[in-house]
Design a binder for this molecule. Sequence first.
Ligand code: DX5
Ligand code: ZN
Length: 220
Amino acid sequence: MKMKNILAPSILAADLMNLEGEIRRIEAGGAAYVHFDVMDGSFVPAISFGMPLLQLLRKATGLKIDAHLMIVKPDRYIEEFAELGADIITVHYEACDDPVSVIKMIHKCGKKAGIALKPATAVSEIRNLLPELDMVLPMTVEPGFGGQHVLTECLKKVRQLKDMIDEKGLYCDVEVDGGITKENIVSIKEYGANVIVAGSAVFRGDAEANTRELIGLMAD
Ligand code: DX5
Ligand code: ZN
């Protein structure tokens, strides 16, 4: 199935002291999503930001908030993230005791549900979950930090997932996250991704121009 191409700028790389200005710049560049990386210092080594910033972001923008939860046992916080205004909630397969119940919980809150996979997790692990999902996120770097390089061995997972989704005739976005640049975005999209996260590639330099350029490069 043909899915819409969407750029999701990750504010992990933004100037958080001037977040409102950064959001205005990506809006002006034509972004439809904003990617919100939550790191707990346990599932991944780093700690990023959480509820207070999400609340501010929700007040500041009408962009769809694409929350990527890199936290252990995310079921503890789904309702709160939903109430604070996340539109899409993606949890890590490796972090859930019972992924099916977490997906149900996200849907019960009226939000779109995604499952993310670390580089070492095989796509076969989540094959049976695909019919329940709105989005799948095979990470293209080890989660935890911005500004890394794409691990090329992860790209075949993007293709495998897209093929599984199409074979089953499902309507499910394939998101990629980590190391996406102006130089590689076109080839990565060709693996089957239609939602592309970019942190450094958007916020280093002129965020409005970068957003516009990356969206242009994603066009079919
Ligand atoms: C990494 C995060 C990414 C990160 C991407 O764990 O999930 O969303 O912000 O940053 P770049 O695009 O700089 O690799
Ligand atoms: Zn992310």
